[in-house]
Design a protein around this ligand. Sequence first.
Ligand SMILES: *[C@@H]1O[C@H](CO)[C@@H](O)[C@H](O)[C@H]1NC(C)=O
Ligand SMILES: *[C@@H]1O[C@H](CO)[C@@H](O)[C@H](O)[C@H]1NC(C)=O
Ligand SMILES: *[C@@H]1O[C@H](CO)[C@@H](O)[C@H](O)[C@H]1NC(C)=O
Ligand SMILES: *[C@@H]1O[C@H](CO)[C@@H](O)[C@H](O)[C@H]1NC(C)=O
Ligand SMILES: *[C@@H]1O[C@H](CO)[C@@H](O)[C@H](O)[C@H]1NC(C)=O
Ligand SMILES: *[C@@H]1O[C@H](CO)[C@@H](O)[C@H](O)[C@H]1NC(C)=O
Length: 841
Amino acid sequence: MTSRLLWPFLSLLGICLLMAEGWLEKKPPRKLLIRGAALNEGERLLKRRVYYGHDGLYGACQRHHCGRGQQCVISKETGLPECVCVRECKANYLPICGSDGEFYENHCQLHRAACLQREKIYIVNNKECFFQGEGCKLAEYNRLKSMLLDLQSQRYFQQENLTMDAVTHKRHLVESMFKDFDISRNGFVDNSELTQALMQGFLDNDPFDCNLFDLLQYDDYNKDSRLTLEELYTAFQVIQLNLPEDMKVSVTTVTVGLSAVMSCAVQGTLRPPIIWKHNGITLNFLDLEDINDFGDDGSLYITKVTTIHMGNYTCHAFGYEDLFQTHILQVNVPPVIRVYPESQAQEPGVATSLRCHADGIPNPKITWLKNGLDITSTLPNQLALRANGGEIHIKSVRYEDTGAYTCIAKNDAGVDEDISSLFVEDAARKTLANILWREEGLSVGNMFYVFSDDGITVIQPVGCEIQRQIKASDRIFVSFEEICPSVEEQTVPRCIWASAVNIRDKYIYVSQPTLTRILIIDVPSQKVLQAVLTDPVPVKLQYDKSHDQVWVLSWGDVNKSKPTLQVITQASGNGDHHTIHTQPVGKEFDRVDDFFISPTNLIINHIRFGFILHGSNAALHKIDLETVAHIKTISLKNYSCIPDAMAYTHLGGYYFIHCQRNGSSPPQSQLIVDSVTDSVIGYNGKVSGTPYISPDGSYLVSTDDYHGLITVQSLTFRGEITPAFEIATNLRVVDVTFQPSFTEANEYYIYASSSVQTDLLFIELSTGNVKFIKGVKVPIEPKDWWWNGNNRAIVSSGLFGQYLITPSNESLFIVGARQNTLNCEISKITRGNTIVWVEEA
Ligand SMILES: *[C@@H]1O[C@H](CO)[C@@H](O)[C@H](O)[C@H]1NC(C)=O
Ligand SMILES: *[C@@H]1O[C@H](CO)[C@@H](O)[C@H](O)[C@H]1NC(C)=O
Ligand SMILES: *[C@@H]1O[C@H](CO)[C@@H](O)[C@H](O)[C@H]1NC(C)=O
Ligand SMILES: *[C@@H]1O[C@H](CO)[C@@H](O)[C@H](O)[C@H]1NC(C)=O
Ligand SMILES: *[C@@H]1O[C@H](CO)[C@@H](O)[C@H](O)[C@H]1NC(C)=O
Ligand SMILES: *[C@@H]1O[C@H](CO)[C@@H](O)[C@H](O)[C@H]1NC(C)=O
């Protein structure tokens, strides 16, 4: 028999199997590769921000996380941190068995061996490898112990105590057994006491190869030749767990991009492995890219925290779900700001504004300096602060208002600042400032591009003016083809457009479904530059800003019988553009019905994944936008949900899925998919309809025509989806756009358009105030708008926008967002339902 000191482990069969499932899958050591190449949301952010208190995040081993069995060293060649196998382990003696059948003195030795052998070796929770000698074998030893328990039970607990649960019962048995053994009452059971116990008839007719002394052999953990009550508990697997009352809920705050470690405060003798859950989904066996390390003590390690990780994490010991600890993870994001305008020249006496928008978590506080001096606390008379400091309004500018105004946004995670300059000059005097300041109207930016039957109309909303018109008969710059060639029976050429996207305010891509192509419009020169051929009937374009590519969905024919997805790479580049098919052309891309790519925003400027929706398939097909490869399929079968529309918020990382209606039955509630685990976590309460998310991710607006309801929910910085308010309306909403509030920082309004009516709906999301804007005439007949269900678009003009635009069937309406009124109608523009806003170009 081996004389190795034995440290007993649970043979919880369940957990062994589960772990084996999670771990046995052999995979290349992905973790390190991914750390090198991953550009997740937080990381992109880090590259352009500097945090308080940290001078650089890269380079030091301190922040370089290596997997288990590895350590970080600074490479002599590159000077960069890298992971190598641990050189030596501390001499702890906590023996365990490895999945390779080997005996290891401690965890470190096992992980080191795994690293050296480049194999995944996991801990098996039995003692098989300890019992490789002759004599008392594991199975027999276990039988001995259960026999001891039975005997004890017969002695003391003749009648079943029904009020006692099995765990408590066992603990009582072991306690009474210890009392019986410990004749001297000194708290220890030694060899001579065991001899006496044997003589008193404990297992005198021992039928096994094992006997009482094997308890000392195998379960004397500290090898002092005597047993304590704790050791006996351990031997009989009596588990005692506790969680201090004040640790039941614990809040952890981390800055985005850093790592987070959460330890489980559930402690006790023989604690089974710790299980972590997030949104009700068990994390331990998922092999997630960013949460795959549970340390030897069961801590949860998140490699690079982003806002999708915020929310609640619970931990409990396997099999003891009632005793759990909740960790609330808060993720702080340093502010990111934009000012508008960057510079302006004004004549004395006019009114003007300097605006500053800041996003961050928590919401940043805004202050202003003028020429380096604080003006927020002692604001000059003629200046008024609006929108929690997000706007300086000057009623009547004077010469002395000239200056550099610095907007500073600050929160717990950091600070950002930018300058907005104001020059007050007589109109006659031409100064550098006048030249720098391109007045609205003269510049090619801040325009709506409207694509209608008649061609392309560029509209300057401030003056309600048509700034330029590109006619259907005009020609493409490169090929000299007509923009909308006339078909034989038509006397006047007529354009047919479906979808358009803005490429970094440099180009506009717009699809011509009947002409099997996309036109590229150059914004600075306002010319149609080039036509790019696509598969037949291109109906939907989306710009994937993170990878600078345009995704093109084509139907193949008008009956949608051969749909395809194509990609145009280097979309903002200067060269010739062309489409490539999604590769490999797998079955996931075959029956594509729609696709979804979440927009970026100020603080999330990188999106890695998109989704493909199949018209008849209860699943989401996740794709890597960079490699254009299918990654996984998220089944929605259990919910009988064929996805119809979806929206995403980075706050908590939720996708909200609207399912297709089944025949005439009412729409079902939205499903919520958690992007950390790619699992469905349940229904969004009773909320149904098409989901829309505000640009900052903090509001979810759902429009349900069937029930005639608009539901507004907000998402907190703790990843909670808060209860909603509802607005009943028979408006038949087809489009929703968000407009930043003019009175409160980090708040939004929405404008909604109707497929049948002549009203727009306005809702102030923070208060629920509602207003109708009447008189926008009838929309295009739904039957005349084939490409999607949205026969009346409503388009806003960006972060600092003050105007919205919506078409009727024969004209365009401009809405003034500040006053919340109709500004004007631009007539004689037919079916102008494809619209793009272009900012400062
Ligand atoms: C049964 O268990 C309960 C709870 O542990 C205890 O209070 C009670 O005394 C026990 N009864 C007997 C008969 O052992
Ligand atoms: C589309 O479907 C209609 C009706 O089923 C059919 O008449 C027409 O030929 C189809 N068109 C194409 C291009 O397949
Ligand atoms: C669907 O439900 C079945 C039975 O309840 C379950 O075994 C299965 O894991 C579920 N699948 C998913 C993807 O949730
Ligand atoms: C639609 O409803 C029918 C009858 O109620 C049912 O058999 C069918 O499975 C449902 N389809 C889906 C996709 O849920
Ligand atoms: C997170 O846990 C806290 C404390 O138990 C609870 O109040 C809160 O509602 C939980 N949040 C979510 C999103 O479950
Ligand atoms: C637009 O709607 C009006 C009123 O319904 C109708 O008279 C007109 O013919 C429509 N014009 C187009 C181009 O559909």
